[in-house]
Design a protein. Structure first.
Length: 660
């Protein structure tokens, strides 16, 4: 080689070695004919073939796709661009490109007519890290938006749902007032009393939803604080529980409120605590216990128990499994401030045990998995427990405590929580004032009116709400109690979730929040209309109040009505009977309205028939309504609605079908 040419090649090599990117020239056999220093640095190899060098640095998960693309490019003498992760202790990224040489370059490197390729590799870690971070930020923002939409949908549904019952009850009252027929006065009074009671329940439900939203928003913004006061837990909670007496009486549920011996052993009387916040936790648990105990076909019992301890117990109450705590939860403890005084620390535990339907294994796993996160999702859990249970858990954390559950499907549930208090140094002379809100006062007035209504048939069983409850050993809270079957069962499920053996993503997406509600046979309501040819309506609704009120109104309007509690029951009823129209709710347990509609439409193809299906929903977003129509519904009735509007839609849909 002439000196000048050698010197030129040396200069070219030195220049190439200064480049920030790795450069190699390979022939059609992938043999390296030229390479710079940076290429060796990035591949950590000096092997004679290009892909062999690259293979030393490509992450195993990316190797196959890179190797395949590389082989194709070399064999066909075509270009390619790929990105891959590099092998190393930290995540690094490389950008790889192959570019065919033009004729002059082929001659310059002494290659044959088959040509060759320039292989370039560069470190793209900074750019890729920024890209991935930006993508994560975008994904997080999208997820937050979706969670917000789900949250708004849930609130909209829960707030709008009782409005139909309220509207129909108001129509009932107006009908009685304007009715000039000499109906029996006692029957009229009974109808008014029932309507007033339904209105009261709906108002209480909406008030709870609104209160939960306000509390949650304050918790989310770290604006909610505890207001410690000198209180007597044993009497305060007894007073709080009396609000459930009418509902317990109506559902024929036996109720007990007891103190464990541990409470007396700790000699607790007046303490410093925020029992308004802890009372919200108790109200949430008792409300749900009543809801699911009312579904029980056998024994109906609820027991609220309270115990105490001088030191923070490792597992307290003994027969519940706590949702996994986290560091963020420990930082929420607000009981160490100066407002709490200098009294000795104690711990109060409350357990709510019911004989209801229990929680299925699948739903318990969902419960433990979701609350394993630092910020659990806001969608509903355990049939409406989600928002309330999330709030309850965070309130317990603020009060230096925890909350947990033990349950077996068909064997009831026990929810328990404990919280930190301080003994009062000076016993106050007067008890705390009653802070009843105007809405609560109105609800109580309606209840009093209802109780004074003469000759209205009621169950007379009374719940036990002693201001000074008996002291005994209560298994739910006694520290000496051994684990029971419920506890062991829930502990196994919680351990499975901790091992990563939780429900699959498909299961989480498909599971409806109330899915474990017990199956019930559709209840036929005899039509008392004098119409010669009454239309038969299948009314599908999981809300018992709406179901009861609207069924009666449809019957008065001249329809024969069969009810179903969910989509699966509707499907079963449709297979067994003949109906002129279906009123299909959207959000339901076991099977939702869209799924049930699709199933019916698919089965109708074999029969060659088509029944009108009207969607009845509190969901108001356009995409939700579009989903209902796409599922095969013929129209949508929005809650709240008037009976005249609903009856017109039913008759129109039946008329359109008969014309076809």
């Amino acid at each position: 080689m002439p000196k000048g040419e050698h010197r030129g090649n040396l200069c070219a090599q030195q220049l190439a070695d200064t480049l920030p990117v790795g450069v190699a020239v390979v022939n059609p056999r992938d043999e390296i004919v030229f390479v710079n220093r940076r290429f060796h640095d990035l591949t950590a190899s000096h092997l004679p073939r290009g892909l062999d060098c690259l293979s030393q640095s490509i992450h195993g998960d990316d190797y196959d796709q890179i190797a395949e693309a590389y082989h194709v490019a070399v064999q066909t003498n075509t270009g390619m661009r790929r990105e891959y992760r590099a092998i190393g202790k930290t995540e690094e990224w490389r950008g790889l490109s192959l570019t065919p040489l033009d004729e002059d370059d082929v001659e310059q490197f002494g290659l044959s007519d088959r040509g060759g390729l320039i292989c370039m590799i560069r470190d793209i870690t900074p750019e890729k890290t920024a890209e991935l971070l930006q993508r994560k930020i975008a994904d997080d923002a999208k997820q937050r938006k979706q969670q917000q939409e789900r949250f708004i949908d849930m609130i909209s549904h829960e707030v709008r749902n009782p409005l139909s019952a309220i509207l129909h009850c108001a129509e009932d009252i107006m009908d009685v007032v304007q009715d000039e027929a000499p109906d029996d006065a006692k029957e009229q009074m009974a109808r008014i009393a029932e309507a007033a009671e339904t209105i009261n329940l709906c108002v209480a439900h909406q008030k709870k939803i609104i209160d939960d939203v306000l509390i949650y928003s304050k918790l989310d913004a770290s604006m909610l604080t505890l207001a410690p006061q000198q209180v007597q837990p044993r009497t305060h909670l007894a007073t709080l529980l009396t609000m459930f007496r009418p509902e317990l009486r109506k559902q024929q549920i036996e109720f007990q409120y007891q103190l464990d011996e541990s409470y007396a052993d700790c000699d607790l009387d007046w303490v410093v605590a925020d029992l308004d916040k802890m009372g919200q936790v108790l109200i949430n648990l008792v409300s749900n216990a009543i809801k699911f105990t009312a579904e029980s076909q056998s024994e109906r019992k609820i027991r609220v128990s309270m115990g105490a301890a001088r030191v923070r117990p490792p597992s307290y109450p003994p027969n519940v499994v706590f949702f996994e705590p986290n560091e963020a939860a420990l930082k929420l403890d607000s009981t160490r401030g100066p407002d709490w005084g200098g009294g000795q620390t104690a711990y109060i535990m409350v357990a709510v045990k019911d004989t209801g339907i229990g929680i299925s294994d699948q739903h318990q796993k969902l419960l433990f998995e979701r609350f394993k996160q630092a910020t659990p999702r806001t969608d509903r859990i355990y049939g409406g427990y989600g928002l309330g249970l999330n709030i309850s858990r965070r309130l317990c954390h603020m009060h230096g405590g925890e909350i947990g559950v033990s349950s077996k499907e068909g064997d009831g549930s026990t929810f328990g929580f404990f919280f930190t208090v301080r003994r009062c140094v000076d016993t106050p002379e007067i008890s705390e004032e009653d802070r009843e809100s105007p809405v609560d006062e109105l609800c109580h007035q309606i209840k009093d009116l209802d109780s004074k209504t003469p000759d209205v048939k009621r169950d007379t069983s009374m719940a036990d709400f002693p201001q000074d409850p008996p002291v005994t050993q209560v298994n739910e809270v006694a520290m000496s109690t051994k684990s029971d079957d419920r506890k062991e069962h829930s502990a196994e499920l919680a351990a499975a979730v901790a091992r990563g053996d939780g429900p699959s993503m498909a299961t989480r997406r498909a599971t409806n929040v109330d899915e474990f509600s017990p199956p019930q046979e559709p209840k036929a309501i005899t039509n008392m209309s004098k119409l010669e040819d009454p239309r038969h309506i299948l009314f599908v609704e999981d809300n018992v109040i709406n179901q009861r009120v609207l069924s009666r109104k449809l019957k008065i309007a001249g329809f024969e009505v069969t009810t179903a509690n969910n989509g699966q029951e509707a499907l079963d009823a449709w297979r067994r009977g003949t109906f002129d129209c279906i009123l299909m709710d959207q959000e339901m347990p076991v099977m939702d309205g869209n799924s049930a509609t699709r199933e019916i439409r698919a089965l109708e193809k074999d029969k060659g028939t088509r029944i009108p299906i009207l969607g009845v929903t509190a969901n108001v977003r356009q995409d939700q309504q579009a989903d209902m129509l796409d599922a095969g519904m013929d129209g949508i009735v929005h809650k709240p609605y008037k009976m005249l509007e609903l009856c017109d839609k039913i008759r129109d849909s039946i008329g359109d079908t008969e014309k076809e």
